[in-house]
Design a binder for this molecule. Sequence first.
Ligand code: GDP
Length: 459
Amino acid sequence: MPPALSDTIVALSTPSGAGAIAVIRLSGPAAISLTDEVFRGKKLADQPGHTLHYGTIRDAERLLDEVVVSLFRGPHSYTREDVIEISTHGSDYIVRELLALLVRRGARLAEPGEFTKRAFLHGALDLAQAEAVADLIAADSALQHRVALNQMRGGFSRELKDLRQRLIDFAALLELELDFGEEDVEFADRTGLQRLLIEVQTLVQRLLRSFELGNVIKNGVTTVIAGRPNAGKSTLLNALLNEERAIVSAIPGTTRDFIEDEVSLEGIKFRFVDTAGLRETTDTVEAMGVERTRQRVQQAAVVLYLFDLATATPAEVAADVAALPLPAGAHLLLVGNKLDEAPASAVAAMQAAHPALLLLSAANHDGLDALRERLLATVRREGLDAGAATIVTNLRHARSLEVALEALGAVQSGLHHGLGTELVASDLRRALGALGEITGDISTDDLLGSIFTRFCIGK
Ligand code: GDP
């Protein structure tokens, strides 16, 4: 066992603050004996795993609390080590005292994510699964939860492992050729490799494409509401958020900066950004807002361009939309507001010029359902409802997939141009390395450090 795992770690595993119960978790070789030193009840060392024990915690003769101890014997535990969970009354004071007591007896306070890191080091979880634990804890929408749970249960890992195994088999054949280099033999079937490469590339590409979606699931669909001052952007945002967060005012240009909030529509998070007007301005404060608007629009997945049906002309709308710095792949929704005020002829002319136009009256909450439907449709078109398909949500994984894809491309062109086996094999190893980093088949201390320190303590 590596030296770092010979000690016993302890941490509060529930949120701090007053609560009905708090759970203090220990993991490591001395977890049971250490608890026995402070626990009055049955002798835990004599008890089987997966059992609960009622008793008291004493610091010398001082009674600290009545507790329930859960006993897990490795390898049948979260970390695969001996694990003890002490459920105390949820008081900060008790927790502090108990942690101090256990540390005095020889436990070490756990670092963030250290329990999960141990689970990984002992092979209970691979790296992608361990990361999904953090995602699952952070999930606050139905989709986020589903994707994290699938990843934690190994869905993504299985897909990658299978892919990697097939490449490994092939790499082995190539390496064999290298060993017999002098004799100029070809063990590896080149057309077979080409076919395999295309298959693997297609899969990696699909996973990479899913990251756009994964990002949406994790961080929400950034939806920028753009439009001229007084179009009703703040009113619309308020209506959508159902609360008076944005400043609504009849003076043009008062929404100087952007205001953000999230709304969950059918389990999908939308992050709405209300912006300062996009019109040219001489007011410097407002000009800064306009510049930031441009930046926000560039980050948007959906740009909702809102205008006043009563005052805008079709040509104006067309010109404004053409001037929007719309990022590639972003969806544009054209929305005419103040339907209640606009003359029917103006509305008809606008509809004729812009057939995809959506009509509403933000002030009267009229037409909002159709808008929500349209918003959801933009995301669904991207296959969010793909159901069982694996979705990449982690930036680290996406980066590794990019490296793998690039290396696979190099393998392919190497084969195509009849490059030496050695070069092809080295590119193939690079692709394997990148894929292996995702699940942690290949990992470094730095990588593990950067992943697990982002966890909360006690996890
Ligand atoms: P922004 O500058 O684009 O954020 O516009 P605001 O949301 O501040 O709205 C400007 C004005 O238009 C306010 O007086 C709103 O009450 C009014 N307004 C917004 N939506 C509607 C609507 O659907 N109908 C009517 N009649 N007035 C609206």
